[in-house]
Design a protein around this ligand. Structure first.
Ligand code: NAD
Length: 358
């Protein structure tokens, strides 16, 4: 088929530096930005995405068009398709896998729990199975989540803090992913780096996330639900701009050691790392709305509500000293600056807000 030819072609032009990366979830928000950044610096990149309809598929198609213009081909397929993965590895001996495909979002788990098990557990295992079976084994960087800290209220969260109280099925599957990674590292000597992203936002973002649908609803004159915790406490998030996350992802990839392939027994143990990638400055959701009001020049209709027990936690705040030390990670974009870029993209993409997001 056509895509096989295109993959072979992109494998050939591969790579100033011998790096070739399979990016799963490439048509997703983070996947698009990471793929573009890898391609621009000269790495070989191939995307994989199943283009599911969790949110507006036309946005994923538009990201795909951007990727194709940048020279990144995205194969349409599911990470659970072992035959497809085998085929991709037969064509390109990937040096790295950037595994970002997942069922994201905490609330949707109440409607479709099976999709979380399918993508975040079975899909992850399938990706690790192919990685363990090829020679040489690729180093893997994968997306975990700040949600693993769950109901832990000791902030800022650092990597050694407890993660045994997930507040949603999403969080539980992300936590399970970390345990599964540990097993594959231990038994098969796979090199694995997990990144706990904290509320990532920016251009080409996800319509199911608050900053995105707040923007849409403020422009439409619809009311914005602002949750306060049962104890009247502030609900705040450590919003992290996409360009900072991308830098963290690339640094994780660049510092990943090769797999030992030995189950860590014969030689040194293979690398297993987990890092927080956040912004270290939580902002109350009501302040997020105020910034959007200023940028959009429209007053929001605020509807203050109690935080329901639907998977959202009250507060997130990353301690990033470990990522700083090991990856040189240093976020540089504050929420005001990042949202300005998001709003500019939003108005441009949706035709100055006349055409609106779904
Ligand atoms: P996203 O939904 O935009 O991207 C995920 C992509 O994976 C989508 O394009 C989807 O079509 C694809 N996908 C899902 N299941 C698949 C499957 N079974 N096979 C193939 N493709 C599949 O989400 P995102 O915000 O870009 O998140 C990327 C990763 O980062 C995810 O693992 C997510 O859990 C994690 N994460 C994101 C955030 C955030 O704030 N955006 C925070 C913490 C963790």
């Amino acid at each position: 088929p056509d895509w096989e030819k295109r993959i072979k072609a992109s494998a050939k032009v591969r790579s100033r530096n011998g790096i070739s990366v399979l990016v799963t979830g490439a048509a997703g928000f983070v996947g698009t930005h990471v793929s573009v950044a890898l391609k621009r610096r000269g790495d070989g990149v191939l995307g994989l995405d199943n283009f599911n309809e969790y949110y507006d598929p036309s946005l994923k198609r538009a990201r795909q068009a951007l990727l194709e213009r940048t020279g990144v081909h995205v194969v349409e397929g599911d990470i659970n398709d072992a035959t497809l993965l085998k085929k991709l590895f037969d064509i390109v001996p990937f040096s790295h896998v950037m595994h970002l495909a997942a069922q994201a979002g905490v609330r949707y788990a109440m409607e479709n729990p099976g999709s979380y098990v399918h993508s975040n557990i079975a899909g992850l295992v399938n990706v690790l199975e192919i990685c363990k079976s090829v020679n040489p084994q690729p180093a893997i960087v994968w997306a975990s989540s700040s949600s693993v800290y769950g109901l832990n209220t000791k902030v800022p969260f650092s990597e050694k803090d407890r993660t045994d109280q997930p507040a949603s099925l999403y969080a539980a599957t992300k936590k399970a992913g970390e345990e599964i990674a540990h097993t594959y590292n231990h038994i098969y000597g796979l090199s694995l780096t997990g990144l706990r992203f904290f509320t990532v936002y920016g251009p080409w973002g996800r319509p199911d996330m608050a900053y995105f649908f707040f923007t849409r609803d403020i422009l439409k004159g619809k009311s914005i639900p602002i949750f306060e915790a049962a104890n009247h406490g502030t609900v705040a998030r450590d919003f992290t701009y996409i360009d900072d996350i991308v830098k963290g992802c690339l640094a994780a990839l660049d510092t990943a050691e090769k797999s030992t392939g030995s189950g860590g027994k014969k030689k040194d143990p293979a690398q297993l790392r987990v890092f927080n990638l956040g912004n270290t400055s939580p902002v109350p959701v009501s302040d997020l709305v105020s910034i959007l009001e200023r940028l959009l020049k429209v007053k929001a209709k605020r509807l203050v509500m109690k935080l329901p027990r639907n998977g959202d936690v009250q507060f997130t705040h990353a301690n990033i000293s470990s990522a700083h030390k090991e990856l040189g990670y240093k976020p540089t974009t504050d929420l005001q600056t990042g949202l300005k870029k998001f709003v500019r993209w939003y108005l441009n993409y949706y035709g100055n807000g006349k055409k609106s997001a779904q």
